[in-house]
Write a protein that binds this ligand. Structure first.
Ligand code: SF4
Ligand code: SF4
Length: 430
C-alpha cells in the first residue's frame, strides 16, 4: 500500500512504525473473512482492511474524525485478522497507534471529544479494572443490588468465585534436592479478584510435580485493559509498576507464568511497548524472555493427571463418557483470542486435557472471538452479546459436560450465558 503520512506524524517513532505496517498491507481483503465484526455488520469499515484505510487517512491528514472513532471502537482487538493475513500485517499494533492518535497521544492537534457518557464510562473502567480490591468490591456490591440494575449494567457484572473455591491444602515447595524448577506465578487484577482458584490450582499442580512456586502479594495489572481503551500513557504507568514489583524476582526463578492469556499477551509484548524507556527496557526484556503461558510450562513437565469434574459439577448421562470412576468427561474447549491469535499458541491445552483423559468435543468457528475482549462487553454491549450467543451455541452444540477456557474474561463472559459450567482449563488438570 502506498502511503503519504503527514510529516509531523512521520517525525515520530510511532509514525515511522505505522508507515511500515501500512506499507506491508497489499489490501487483498483475505482478513475480512475471519473478522467477527465484519461478519456481523457486513460493512467494509468494520473489517480490518477498512480500518487500516481509516487509520491511514487519520495519519496522512493528521486529523481526527468521528467516523474513524466509531469503526475503531467496534474492533475487538481479537487479532484474528493477523492470523489470516498472508502478508504478516501487524494490525494490532497499527490499531493501537490509531486509537492513541484519536485520544490525542500521537496527534499534534486536538484529540477527538467523546460524549460525557463515554468519557465517564472509560475513565470508570480505567479506574476500576486494574485494581483487584476495587474490582472485587464493585462486583460484590453490584451482585447484591443486581435486581435493581438496568440490563446493560447487569449483563457484564461478573459472578465472583467464593474464597472457599480455592484449594486450602496447598503443599509446600519442594526441598532443594527434589526441586525440578522454579517459577513466579503472576496473579494480575481481574483474575485475582474474580477467580483466584485458578492460580491456586496451578500452584498445587506445580508443587505436586516438584516445581517451586513463588507469588508476590501485589504484582498488579499488566496494563492491557488500559491500553485497549486507548490510554497508552496510563498503560505504561501500570507496566512500570508491575516491573518494579517483579524486578527482584527476575534472576531468582526459571520462568514467570501467567495463567490468564489476556495478561500473557501484553506481558510478552513489554519490550516493544517500553522500547522508548531506557530505565525499564532491560527489565521488560528479561520479563518477556522468562514469561510463559501456563500451557507452555506444563507441556514441558511430565504430568501425572487424571480427568475429573470440579466439585459440584455433574456429568451428562452420555453413554460414551468415562472417567476414573467410569465416565469420560466431555469438554468443549474455547481458545481465547489472546492465546490463539495474540500468542499464537494452539494445540497445547488440547493435548494436555486429552492426555489427562478428557474427551474434547468439536467446536465450530473456534477462531472467532466470544465478545468479551477486555472491556468490549461494556463499551459495545450489543455486538458483544451477539458474539456471546453465537459462541455459547457453538460450544454447547455437542452437549459437553463442561466448557474450558484460558482467560478470566472469556470464562466470566461465556459463563454468564452458558447452560453448563465454564472453568479455567487448569481447574481440570490439578
Ligand atoms: S491486512 Fe493482510 S489480509 Fe488484510 S488486506 Fe492487508 S494484506 Fe490483505
Ligand atoms: S482485531 Fe478482530 S475485530 Fe478487529 S479487525 Fe481484526 S479480526 Fe476484526
Amino acid at each position: 500500500m502506498q502511503t503519504n503520512l503527514h510529516p509531523d506524524i512521520l517525525a515520530t517513532d510511532k509514525g515511522q512504525r505505522a508507515d511500515a505496517i501500512l506499507r506491508s498491507c497489499v489490501h487483498c481483503g483475505f482478513c475480512n473473512a475471519t473478522c467477527p465484526t465484519y461478519q456481523l455488520l457486513g460493512d467494509e469499515l468494520d473489517g480490518p482492511r477498512g480500518r487500516i484505510y481509516l487509520i491511514k487517512d487519520l495519519l496522512e491528514s493528521n486529523s481526527v474524525n468521528q467516523r474513524a472513532q466509531t469503526h475503531l471502537d467496534r474492533c475487538l482487538t481479537c487479532r484474528s485478522c493477523e492470523t489470516t493475513c498472508p502478508s504478516g500485517v501487524a494490525y494490532g499494533e497499527l490499531l493501537e497507534i490509531g486509537r492513541e492518535h484519536l485520544a490525542g497521544e500521537t496527534h499534534v492537534g486536538e484529540a477527538i471529544k467523546r460524549g460525557w457518557f463515554q468519557r465517564l464510562q472509560r475513565s470508570g473502567l480505567v479506574w476500576l479494572i486494574p485494581n483487584a480490591t476495587r474490582f472485587r468490591r464493585w462486583a460484590r456490591l453490584g451482585n447484591w443490588f443486581r435486581w435493581l440494575l438496568p440490563a446493560m449494567l447487569r449483563r457484564p457484572l461478573p459472578k465472583l468465585e467464593s474464597n472457599r473455591a480455592a484449594p486450602k491444602n496447598l503443599e509446600l515447595n519442594p526441598t532443594a534436592d527434589n526441586e525440578v524448577g522454579s517459577v513466579l506465578l503472576l496473579d494480575g487484577c481481574v483474575q485475582k479478584a474474580a477467580t483466584p482458584s485458578t492460580n491456586s490450582h496451578l500452584q498445587q499442580l506445580l508443587q505436586n510435580h516438584n516445581v517451586r512456586v513463588e507469588r508476590i502479594a501485589e504484582d498488579g495489572c499488566c496494563g492491557g485493559a488500559t491500553l485497549h481503551l486507548g490510554d497508552g500513557d496510563g498503560a505504561l504507568g501500570h507496566m512500570r509498576a508491575l516491573l518494579d514489583q517483579v524486578g527482584p524476582w527476575l534472576d531468582k526463578v526459571d520462568a514467570i507464568i501467567s495463567s490468564a492469556s489476556g495478561c500473557g499477551v501484553t506481558l510478552k509484548d513489554y519490550p516493544r511497548l517500553l522500547a522508548q524507556d531506557a530505565d525499564y527496557l532491560p527489565k521488560a526484556v528479561k520479563l518477556a524472555e522468562k514469561l510463559v503461558d501456563a500451557s507452555e510450562y506444563l507441556s514441558a513437565l511430565p504430568l501425572t493427571t487424571t480427568s475429573r469434574l470440579p466439585k459440584g459439577v455433574t456429568a451428562q448421562a452420555a453413554p460414551e463418557s468415562k472417567d476414573a470412576t467410569g465416565v469420560q468427561l466431555k469438554v468443549a474447549w474455547h481458545s481465547p483470542c489472546t492465546l490463539q491469535h495474540g500468542q499464537q499458541l494452539t494445540g497445547q491445552v488440547e493435548k494436555l486435557l486429552t492426555a489427562a483423559g478428557y474427551l474434547l468435543v468439536p467446536v465450530a468457528d473456534a477462531h472467532i472471538c466470544c465478545g468479551s475482549a477486555g472491556t468490549y462487553a461494556i463499551t459495545q454491549p450489543k455486538l458483544s452479546e451477539q458474539l456471546q450467543q453465537q459462541k455459547v451455541a457453538a460450544l454447547q452444540a455437542a452437549a459437553p459436560d463442561i466448557i474450558a477456557t484460558a482467560n478470566v474474561g472469556c470464562q466470566l463472559h461465556i459463563g454468564s450465558a452458558a447452560q453448563v459450567p465454564v472453568v479455567h482449563w487448569l481447574t481440570l488438570l490439578e
